[in-house]
Design a protein around this ligand. Sequence first.
Ligand code: NOJ
Length: 541
Amino acid sequence: MTEKNLTWYKDAVFYEVYIRAFNDGNGDGHGDLIGLAQKLDYFKDLGIDCLWLSPMYPSPLRDDGYDISNYYDIHPDYGTLDDFKFLVSEAKKRGIRIITDLVMNHTSDLHPWFQEARKSKDSPYRNWYVWSDTDQKYNETRIIFLDTEPSNWTYDDVAGQYFWHRFYRTQPDLNWDNPEVIEEFKDIARFWLSMGLDGFRADAVPYLIEREGTNCENLPETHVILKDFRAFMEEEFPGTILLGEANMWPWDLRPYFADGDEFQMCFHFPVMPRLFMAIKKGEVSDVIDIMQRTPEIPSSCQWCTFLRNHDELTLEMVTEEERQWMWQQYAPEERMRLNLGIRRRLFPLLDNDRRKVELLHAVLFALPGSPILYYGDEIGMGDNIWLFDRNGVRTPMQWSNTTHAGFSDADETYAPVIDDSEYGYCTVNVENALADRDSIWYWMEHLIALRKAHTAFSRGTYSFVETDNPAVLAILRVDDRESILALANFSDCEQAVRINLPEYKASEKIELFSSIPQGFSEDEYHRTLLGPYEYQWLLMQ
Ligand code: NOJ
């Protein structure tokens, strides 16, 4: 394998698939692996390089599969191991990679390990979980699922002790101080990677290890474990990746890349809410500020950038004041809020305004990192805030205007299809999107193709160029082949802007989306007028 292949993730465009919602292949009302395999050409057409699949393992589904009860099988709703192998091999034929969720921090309370562990203090599995006689240990640790869990400890009658859990009480934390747990997870990884999987999105990794007197997050011992895990993957499955889910500040995220020998990728959580802040304020300083406070990462590593995913739009990485402001702006109704976030989809958040959707994507794709799209956002799906927990952003994919949006031919589906006047499946669906050359779908296809045609976006350096206008973001991406200036007007008014670009004075500027030449600059400044929410990618020759 060449060096380039080993760092494929740097050039990839990712897509998150929530399997249950995507396509029902066997007519039982739930999306499944066979249904997903039938849609692989869809991703190919859109230009997607790698799918991230939500957890597909057996689970009682108290946290939609993030509560695993068997790491070595497929949830019956989703199919069989053979279906999984089929999916992976069909994806490979099309050059599409697949990574899946690997939930390391906790299991389901119905996992046989936990059921054994609780039986007795002498159980061989007792030490696989974290127990205590009191609920006062580690009490500097915050609660994540604030709306439902009063404590990180829950008393278990059978065990006669409290067990530790960072998420729902039905998700006991594993004890990663126990070498048996470490070895078991290597076996789990071997099991899946040897089927040809391309890596894992490692769930909730900051919380693996607990230590008294700390907040039990991002501890050095956790990094030791993750590094060792990476070394094992590197050794046995070179070219596979670990994408870390650590909802942390940039300086706390930086150690997850270590010297290029821990995670290849981490989600950049803090920039996401700031993009939404910026477009509401019509002012870009928050985005620049957080990126400037983001340390450099090793050259083999890459951020993963996103606008939305299957969870609430998290507001953990903003100040209390900013959070209140975001809630007022984006979640005026109580039921739009969940924990420290907003349970809404992208299009409703952006007022179904195509200009805003394009602007945020044009910026996302120009920022350092590999972007990931959330299923349905490429056609502008809406949400259903009346559904429980985060289910409102996990409704069936809208394929057509037929029954159940063409998602399933069952009588009933796992969740209702969106059917409101604005986002209903009769108008918002893939079939309509593909029939209209001006649809957002084709725009995204174009965006993806443009980004992939210019490696400066995936591998180049980046800097923010000084402008005289606080509404305009100017990102300069440079690699050894080319220089691209991405401009974005975050305000709803026309903006004149002057950009200080002395090095590119003599370069002809060509706007990439439109292929329209913009001429040369008269002096060291590039001057332009940007319409409301207008963006440009200027190739500077
Ligand atoms: C993060 C996942 O994205 C979320 O859906 C889940 O509830 C928690 N981790 C716990 O596994």
